[in-house]
Design a protein around this ligand. Sequence first.
Ligand code: TYD
Length: 114
Amino acid sequence: MGYISVAEHEKLPFQVKRIYWTYFTPEDVTRGGHAHYDLEQILVAVAGKIVVETELLNGDKNNFVLDKPYVGLYIPKMCWRVMQYSHNSVQMCIASIVYSESDYIREYSEFKKR
Ligand code: TYD
């Protein structure tokens, strides 16, 4: 029969500005390596598997395995993240702001100074 998963605006922790998705990320590529001043996101592996490592400003580190198309991972502002993808993964990203390079902190040392 199959399943349906839904994200309803009223039930999300922020106002949604943008949804984008990425796919065909090679398995030997590590993505992320940045934090954001304002961006909040929800990541969903709608297919395949994504491993997400996060670090908050207070030093809390976590590892998440996203491999269920009905599970989303909320990533708050000022959260360093690093991701790896299975070859068949499709990542959907629900975002609170539009893409803006000036919202990125791409230097880990800069993130740790905050
Ligand atoms: P980035 O957010 O660093 O990707 P990831 O965290 O998945 O590794 O974005 C990768 C590149 O793509 C970077 O040069 C910025 C660019 N980009 C856009 O042009 N538009 C977008 O909407 C996003 C998210 C990234």
